[in-house]
Design a protein around this ligand. Sequence first.
Ligand SMILES: [Zn+2]
Ligand SMILES: [Zn+2]
Length: 304
Amino acid sequence: MPTTLLQPGQIEAAAGSIPELRLPPADLFLARARRLEQLAGQHTLGDYLRFVARLARAQHECLTAGPEARLPTPERLAQCREYRMPPLGPAGLAKPSGWRDIARHLARAVQPALPAAGQAALRPILQGQDAWLDEQAARLFEGDTQHLDAAVAPLIGAALQVHWTHLARQLDPAQVARPEHPNLCPVCGSHPVSSVVRIGGAENGLRYLHCALCSSEWHVVRAKCSNCDNTRGVTYHYLEGGDNVVRAESCPECRTYLKIVHQDKDPLADPVADDLASLTLDLLMDEAGFARSGVNWYLIQGHP
Ligand SMILES: [Zn+2]
Ligand SMILES: [Zn+2]
């Protein structure tokens, strides 16, 4: 009997209407912190993962407190949808002064866990002028890592994540247009950290890209390069002897890769935490000649 092989996109299309956009849940940072604590156990980067876990817990506190942040006007949201523009693009959005308080709160929360040198490195956030903090944020948005203060960049990034995640949570998926290209977040236009295969409900088995800034997730079929849309010759790489929860999806056209984190192999897997805990895979991909397309703001200066 002849067998018809369906490609991943066809399988997903055949399943009927699927959620194209997942806006961030309330416990996003808490779940991330728990996953980081779990991964830190026997890990060679255990101390680093525990540090980020502490940071993620502090992010959860700030998000729960409900930072001051207002969505663009309904007219602006409708306009963005009509022209298929991300409604929360950082360029068109003012940062309320509250974001700096979040940055300072995060710095105070992680400071006790750091050695003396690390504590001193956080001083610019705690004592820095508002203008200096705004300038650091602008550099982070521009991807200007050369002029960023390396020690404080993850804290600045974490504060901006809280702010944008809070904004994204106030949206309705119907207010956001489908992106023309799958490489940038349809909500805020930022790059993805990695991608994640979700389990349960209508999302079961679907792959979503996870936004580095606003924590929204958008659906992109598997075996498709999210950087250049190519579907030919996409290859998966993993570490020998590993559990395959994290693999790297590489593209022979643009020579980049994005990690794919499998909740179907571990239900607690998290697109940001598991990305940090699999830096060995990044070294392997670098040796194989592929550039990383994912951006992880906890790791903005490269390897810890
Ligand atoms: Zn986003
Ligand atoms: Zn590509």
